[in-house]
Design a protein around this ligand. Structure first.
Ligand code: VAH
Length: 274
C-alpha cells in the first residue's frame, strides 16, 4: 500500500495531528481502522477507551469540520454480549457487551449514527467478524487463534489453541473483508437504512472445524485445546450472524468459504516457511 501513494503516520488521539494531515493531503474520504481489540483491551482498558473512543470522536469531529465526504468506521461482533441471541444474531437486538472493546464499539456505532442524523456526515460501518489474513500477524484479538494455527501448522505441525475446540465464531477472510468495506462505501446513500452498524457474515466455524480443514492439506497437524481468559470473551459472542440488512441494502455476498480460505492461506504462507 505504501507504494500506492503518499504515506504518513497519524495518532488518532491527537486531534491537531489529524487536522494537519487532513489539510495537508486534502483528504475527502477516511477509513478509520485504528482500534485496540478485545483481548488487548482487557489488558489495558484505559488505552482501549482512549484510542477507540477519543480516537473515533476526533475522526468524526475533524471529518465534520473539514467537510470529509465519506467516512468508514468499523464496528465488530464484539458489540453483542451474553444476553444477545447467539444463533443467527439479528441486526437490531440487545447490545450489552462485557469487554471494553465491545462497549467502545457500541458507543462508536451510536456516535457515528448521531453524526449522520445531526450533521449529515456520511459515515458508514460494519460489524466485522474475526478477520483472517496471511499478510498481517495476529494483533490482540480473541479470534487470532484462526491466524496463529496456520503459521504453527506450517512451522511445527503442532498448535495449542487458547479456545475450546467447539467455540464456533463468525469469521471472514481478508479479501471478503476488503470487498465488503468497499462495496458499502460505494453504495448509494439513498439505499441505506442502517449506516454505521451493519451486521456482516461470511463463515462461522469452530477451532476443531478449522483444524480438520487444515489437516486436509497437512495431515500431521496436532492441536491441543487449552482455553485461557479469552474463552469468556468468545463465549459472550454470537456463533452465527443474520446479515440480511447488508444483503438487502447494499448487495453483500461473501466470496470465500472455509475450504477456499484455508487453501488460499496455506498457499500464500508456504512461501514464508519453505
Ligand atoms: C477481536 N479480531 O478478536 C477482533 C474482532 C470479532 C473479533 O473484533 O477482538
Amino acid at each position: 500500500m505504501r507504494e500506492s501513494g503518499p504515506h504518513d503516520l497519524v495518532d488518532v488521539t491527537n486531534r491537531e495531528n489529524l487536522e494537519t494531515v487532513v489539510d495537508e493531503y486534502d483528504i475527502d474520504t477516511i477509513y478509520h481502522m485504528a482500534a485496540i481489540l478485545s483481548a488487548a483491551g482487557e489488558k489495558n482498558p484505559w488505552l482501549a477507551w482512549d484510542v477507540n473512543m477519543n480516537g473515533t470522536y476526533n475522526v468524526l469531529e475533524v471529518s465534520r469540520e473539514k467537510g470529509v465526504t465519506r467516512l468508514f468506521v468499523p464496528s465488530s461482533i464484539a458489540v453483542f454480549g451474553p444476553e444477545t441471541p447467539r444463533e443467527n444474531t439479528p441486526q437490531d437486538t440487545v447490545l450489552k457487551p462485557r469487554t471494553m472493546y465491545g462497549l467502545t464499539k457500541v458507543s462508536g456505532e451510536l456516535l457515528c449514527n448521531y453524526y449522520y442524523e445531526r450533521f449529515g456526515l456520511d459515515v458508514r460501518g460494519v460489524r466485522y467478524p474475526g478477520i483472517i489474513s496471511y499478510k498481517t500477524p495476529p494483533g490482540g484479538g480473541t479470534t487470532d487463534y484462526a491466524i496463529e494455527i496456520f503459521h504453527e501448522a506450517l512451522k511445527r505441525k503442532d498448535y495449542t489453541c487458547f479456545l475450546r475446540e467447539d467455540s464456533t465464531l463468525p469469521m471472514m477472510y481478508m479479501p471478503d473483508c476488503i470487498k465488503s468495506t468497499l462495496d458499502l462505501m460505494d453504495a448509494d446513500l439513498e439505499a441505506l437504512i442502517h449506516h454505521a452498524d451493519f451486521n456482516l457474515a461470511a463463515i462461522s466455524f469452530s477451532p476443531k472445524e478449522l483444524a480438520d480443514e487444515i489437516r486436509k492439506h497437512i495431515p500431521e497437524l496436532a492441536v491441543k485445546y487449552e482455553p485461557d481468559s479469552r474463552q469468556a470473551i468468545a463465549d459472550s459472542w454470537p456463533k452465527t450472524i443474520d446479515d440480511s440488512a447488508a444483503r438487502e441494502e447494499w448487495g453483500w455476498r461473501p466470496g470465500y468459504d472455509l475450504a477456499a480460505m484455508t487453501e488460499d492461506m496455506l498457499r500464500n504462507l508456504r512461501t514464508q516457511y519453505e
